[in-house]
Ligand binder design. Structure first.
Ligand code: SF4
Length: 220
């Protein structure tokens, strides 16, 4: 089975096991970007809490843009990495206000995917994964963001080589997975990584991908 066929088989099995719903985001592009920055290297429960606290303290972008850095940091404290993330959010909003007059990123919706990726990754603290997450959730683009779960599971499954960077993995996985299947493949691999294919102690015995995964087979 070549990698393209394997990706198709994996998609089929994951859809059967976990489904394929991409929840529609209710956030605009700027809020989605703030949410994605908060999610970097942070557990889901903590970044969702940090986002809610930030929105409670500063309900609109105007207020948030002009909020003191210390106030943003205090709101983000329970989410972890508050110092680094408050600085990134402040820098992004200040940059947008200075360069674009307001903090709206809605114009990104009109850009092609490569253009939008280039633009978003030019913002302070925004890497390729964050850019792709924003494009997928806020903009419904057919991309396949690579986070730590996607990177680990894709390597174990043999879709990419061990040691491939996240950035390169995104290019390679998007070449293997047809556009319509990319968002659900992202969601399902994240789910697989969180619930079954843990970094330590992967649960091969209950994994729906066991028959197509060399890593999960017993070794001599
Ligand atoms: S069989 Fe094991 S290593 Fe392979 S995807 Fe499943 S849990 Fe991960």
């Amino acid at each position: 089975m070549d990698r393209k066929e394997k990706a198709r088989e994996i998609d089929k099995r994951l859809v059967k096991a976990f489904g394929q719903t991409l929840p529609a985001s209710e956030r605009d592009v700027t809020h989605e970007l703030i949410h994605a920055v908060l999610s970097q290297n942070t557990h889901r429960r903590n970044y969702n809490l940090a986002y809610s606290r930030l929105m409670e303290a500063y309900p609109d972008l105007e207020t948030l843009t002009h909020a003191p850095l210390a106030g943003i940091e205090a709101a983000l404290k329970p989410g972890g990495l508050a110092k680094q993330k408050s600085r990134a959010i402040k820098e992004i909003l200040t940059w947008l206000e200075e360069e674009r007059v307001d903090c709206s990123l809605e114009f990104v919706r009109e850009m092609s995917v490569p253009e939008a990726r280039r633009f978003l990754t030019s913002l302070p603290g925004v890497g390729p994964k964050t850019a792709s997450v924003v494009l997928m959730f806020a903009n419904g683009r057919k991309v396949l963001p690579v986070d730590t779960h996607v990177l680990r599971t894709a390597a174990r499954l043999g879709l990419i080589d061990e040691g491939t960077s996240a950035e390169q993995a995104e290019v390679e996985l998007e070449a293997l997975v047809p556009p319509g299947a990319r968002p659900r493949m992202h969601l399902n691999l994240v789910h697989l990584g969180r619930e079954v294919c843990h970094a330590r102690g992967p649960r091969h015995e209950i994994c729906p991908l066991n028959p197509v995964c060399d890593f999960g087979q017993p070794r001599d």
